[in-house]
Design a protein around this ligand. Structure first.
Ligand SMILES: NC(=O)c1ccc[n+]([C@@H]2O[C@H](COP(=O)([O-])OP(=O)(O)OC[C@H]3O[C@@H](n4cnc5c(N)ncnc54)[C@H](O)[C@@H]3O)[C@@H](O)[C@H]2O)c1
Length: 452
């Protein structure tokens, strides 16, 4: 029996009907993180500091964002968190799995993202967060070699062990509900196959330990079975398969993905819509990065990089619509490179060379040099996703949550839809969804009511 079946009232509207009766965020929310590395520890540390008033959770829409309601003359712009019923930071309980046994303090120290002035005040709390042992078949992440692993007969047994972990954590911490955000490594590229086509095929594949079933798919399956909403921060297929979506529908569980939108892709989906809005042409966009964290090391493996590359390349194509604008974007050359360079650690540097053309075809260039910090950009996304996925669950939304595309490099969409990559359209979609959930008028920006 899943957590929800035990602890939640069960509403029965059709998927994405406007919720009439949103359950209040009462009790504690378990935030379950497969992978206790740079992003997870930065996220957890930030939440612990913020709830003690020791730091600001900058970058999280749920904490700082506002939402305009009604007309511009109404002057109604509450904070997002005062408008929709979200879990409070003080009610979050953090759980994780990793193939290394380091507690969250040790993992944060080795990730080298946060300085001791941020880690010292919360050291004791971080040390209490010890990862549960991982489901880890090394063929899907070639560069890691951990010791803190589950031993079980088949992949089906692994899923059961993860389900036990989920139930055990929720019970031990006295939580009323849980959400999961995948913060584990990027896996090797996997094409969807027969085993991913239905719940029945997948369940059989689990029993046979089918090689098409990766580590992240087992975590996702366990979460869906336990009715725990699952957000996918990596480009791994995970919940983006017909089987997982069928199970999500059957169990009434929300899913979202894939791959946190940070760094270079964030910049791309900010800049490209602007160039397109002005109908400026694009002959080429060359992106290269150096980074030296464990994520960068994993991405050295060509098979893991392939997953990332597929996820990163899609954005421009969908924003620019070369088939609609062949003269402007029909011949765009787009290249993405990631280079592992240990001296930089988590402080990534991303260069973009953008060759554009304007009036009469005259060429121009834009150079972007983004000295960013990967996990500092990703941590607020984990928080927003955890809180919004929990909201989705209390609204009884099931299956793919396209309104959370704002957070992802490679947004999941219904089969016959192209993904929306434009950051500003994504934000409008997210905020309109919140207005819709709360029965407020949607904002179209038409604005003719202000003029005679
Ligand atoms: N930081 C960003 O800006 C960003 C952006 C987009 C996506 N991501 C993705 O987020 C994920 C986390 O990034 P990170 O920088 O924290 O990486 P990281 O390497 O520091 O942490 C990942 C952790 O996951 C663990 N892990 C791997 N497989 C596991 C398994 N099967 N079970 C449990 N734990 C497992 C690893 O041991 C490691 O500790 C990566 O997939 C990365 O590609 C990060």
């Amino acid at each position: 029996m899943g957590i929800a079946e035990r602890d939640f009232p069960c509403y029965e509207p059709a998927p994405m009907d406007r919720p009439q009766n949103i359950a209040k965020p009462e009790g504690k929310l378990a935030v379950l993180l497969p992978g206790l590395g740079a992003v997870s520890t930065t996220f957890i540390a930030g939440c612990l500091l913020a709830r003690q008033g020791l730091a600001n959770p900058v970058g999280a829409l749920t904490q700082s964002g506002t939402i305009r309601l009604g007309k511009r003359t109404d002057n109604r712009s509450p904070k997002v968190r005062d408008f929709v019923p979200l879990a409070e930071l003080r009610d979050l309980e953090f759980g994780a799995w990793d193939l290394f046994p380091d507690n969250a303090y040790e993992a944060a120290v080795s990730a080298e993202v946060l300085e001791s002035r941020h880690l010292d005040p919360i050291r004791a709390e971080l040390e209490q967060i010890r990862p549960m042992s991982a489901v880890f078949y090394p063929e899907y992440v070639k560069r890691l070699n951990g010791t803190h692993l589950k031993r079980a007969g088949s992949k089906a047994d692994m899923v059961e062990a993860l389900r036990d972990d989920i139930r055990g954590f929720v019970k031990a911490k006295g939580c009323s509900r849980a959400v999961a955000v995948w913060c584990g490594s990027t896996e090797t590229y996997v094409e969807p196959g027969a085993v991913h086509q239905s719940v029945a095929a997948f369940e059989k594949g689990l029993l046979n330990s089918d090689p098409g079933i990766t580590n992240s798919m087992m975590y996702a399956w366990a979460c869906l079975k336990e009715n725990v909403p699952y957000a996918n921060g990596a480009p791994n297929l995970s919940v983006d398969t017909p089987a997982a979506l069928e199970l999500a529908r059957d169990t009434g569980t929300a899913v979202s993905g894939k791959d946190f939108k940070t760094g270079q892709t964030l910049m791309k989906t900010i800049l490209a819509p602007g160039l397109k809005a002005r109908m400026l042409g694009l002959s080429g966009w060359f992106s290269t990065n150096i980074l030296g964290n464990r994520d960068g090391e994993v991405l050295e493996d060509p098979e893991s990089f392939k997953s990332k590359e597929v996820s990163k390349l899609g954005a421009l194509e969908h924003i620019l619509q070369p088939s609609v604008y062949p003269d402007l974007y029909g011949k765009t050359y787009h290249k993405v490179r990631i280079n592992y360079y240990p001296p930089r650690g988590d402080a990534k540097e991303g260069w973009d060379n953008i060759d554009i053309f304007g009036w009469l075809g005259y060429p121009m260039q834009i150079k972007v040099d983004f000295l960013c910090r990967d996990s500092i950009l990703a941590a607020p996304l984990v928080l927003d996703l955890a809180l919004f996925m929990d909201l989705a669950s209390r609204c009884n939304f099931r299956g793919m949550q396209e309104w959370l595309s704002f957070y992802f490099k490679s947004p999941m969409t219904a089969e016959n839809l192209y993904p929306e990559h434009d950051l500003f359209i994504q934000l409008m979609k997210l905020k309109n969804t919140l207005r819709w959930i709360m029965g407020e008028e949607l904002i179209t920006h038409l604005g003719n009511e202000y003029y005679d």
